[in-house]
Write a protein that binds this ligand. Structure first.
Ligand SMILES: *Cc1c(COP(=O)(O)O)cnc(C)c1O
Length: 240
């Protein structure tokens, strides 16, 4: 028997999901898009039973931030969701997740990408990766400076067990309270990367991961293909 309090927790997630899906559909319509925009449920701090409920409700893709938390929770996951790693990843932790996720969004140095390549080769797989771009060029944030993305893409092309799928960003909030211009810059960079890699026989650049609880509608207007949603889906959390 579920407790009453957890019942309301579940129904809140169902309501939130419905609203988010409506907002995504509306944003796509407004942007004149009929390609796919995937909703990722960002699970940090969320109980596995709530995550499972969201999966039953139709969230097919989960985003994991912390290696330790993920390893502790994954056995409790049900419904066979697709899982991507989105958090900052230390090279010495790559081995723990290499065969447990299908994409890494937070590839933010050649050193890390080489380690992913090495571990993927050892596990007999090819890992899909996104280059994390520090689009606001903020000191405090990780990610590749926009100017270095193309040369990093070239280096990735040399590695046989990683496949470049696109870009990810966590843009700063601009002085006018929006991330608009950063999303526009990411859209341009993504389209340049697509043009550069098309037909190289190695990359498959089709993924632009941007937009979170506060700005996913805006991100979709600028071509995002995965929106990473935590708090407006699962509720307020005390820490990040
Ligand atoms: C926490 C987190 C999110 C989701 O943030 P919300 O604002 O709660 O939607 C998305 N992406 C990354 C990388 C995160 O760490």
């Amino acid at each position: 028997m579920r407790e009453r309090s957890s019942d309301s927790r579940f129904s809140a997630v169902a309501d939130n999901l419905k609203r988010i899906e409506e907002n995504i559909a509306e944003a796509k319509l407004k942007a004149g898009r009929n390609d796919e925009v995937r909703l990722m449920g960002v699970t940090k701090t969320v109980d596995p039973e709530v995550v499972n409920f969201s999966v039953w409700q139709g969230v097919k893709l989960l985003g994991e931030n912390r290696v330790q938390e993920f390893l502790g929770k994954r056995d409790a996951y049900e419904g066979d969701p697709e899982i991507h790693f989105i958090g900052s990843l230390q090279t010495n932790k790559v081995k723990y997740i290499i065969d447990k996720v299908s994409m890494i969004h937070s590839a933010n140095s050649l050193h890390l990408i080489e380690e992913i390549n090495k571990r993927a080769a050892a596990a007999g797989l090819t890992m899909d990766i996104l280059i994390e771009v520090n689009i606001g060029e903020e000191e405090s944030k990780s990610g590749i400076p926009p100017a270095d993305v193309m040369s990093l893409a070239d280096s990735i092309g040399e590695l046989s067990n990683v496949r470049l799928r696109g870009l990810m960003a966590i843009p700063p909030v601009d002085t006018d309270g929006s991330s608009e211009r950063y999303f526009a810059q990411m859209q341009k960079l993504f389209s340049d990367l697509k043009a550069k890699t098309s037909g190289d026989g190695h990359s498959l650049v089709d993924t632009l991961s941007m937009g979170m609880s506060g700005d996913y509608v805006q991100a979709i207007m600028h071509g995002s293909t995965i929106v990473r949603i935590g708090s407006v889906l699962y509720g307020y959390r005390k820490y990040n």
